[in-house]
Design a binder for this molecule. Sequence first.
Ligand SMILES: N[C@@H](CCC(=O)N[C@@H](CS)C(=O)NCC(=O)O)C(=O)O
Length: 202
Amino acid sequence: MSDVILYGVSPSSYVRTCRMALDEKGVAYTHEAAMPQSPEQLARHPWGKIPTMTHGDVKLYESLAITRYVDEAFDGPALQPADAGDRARMSQWISAFIDYMYAPIVRSIIIQRVVVETPDEAVIAAAMPDAAKAIGLVNDQLGATPYLAGQALSLADLFVLPAINYVAMVPEGGPLLENAGNVTAWADRMQSRDSVQIALAA
Ligand SMILES: N[C@@H](CCC(=O)N[C@@H](CS)C(=O)NCC(=O)O)C(=O)O
């Protein structure tokens, strides 16, 4: 058994991000399908969220901390740009995803459409302008650079991709993605990566 253990159920956007980071680095890990807010997960994360990760004595919660640790503690291709400007842009996109994109796209649209038995159409409709704005900005970035932080894959792509993948699966994906050709082309390119196929198939 690997001494890296990632906790959290597979459909979670943030669990997918961490799995992709681990697989991009070639790190062997055990995946335990912990549920958020379960007693076990509350013991690992003060707010009961997923994912969490342990590596021997290192016990981490929060996806940004986990993915940065994975990139910095293990061999394998760098997932953070060396160039200061690109690295800052990576941080900007991760921060923007967590603060402005996750709520409208994942919490409001995807969870209502995919998880909730009777979706609240008002919640979905209210989230559409913010979701459209976010996807438009991602589209502009991907028109300028092949990946969110520049010329190479970075953690920023791994944070944003799972949400975009979900958007493409729900009816709202039609209007949200119809004018976002750079986003759909990037998402298509990303699908060819083993890490993406493993995480998104789960
Ligand atoms: N800030 C946390 C957010 C994690 C998060 O919101 N995870 C979701 C699943 S994608 C979750 O645990 N939701 C259940 C809950 O909030 O109780 C991180 O970056 O890891």
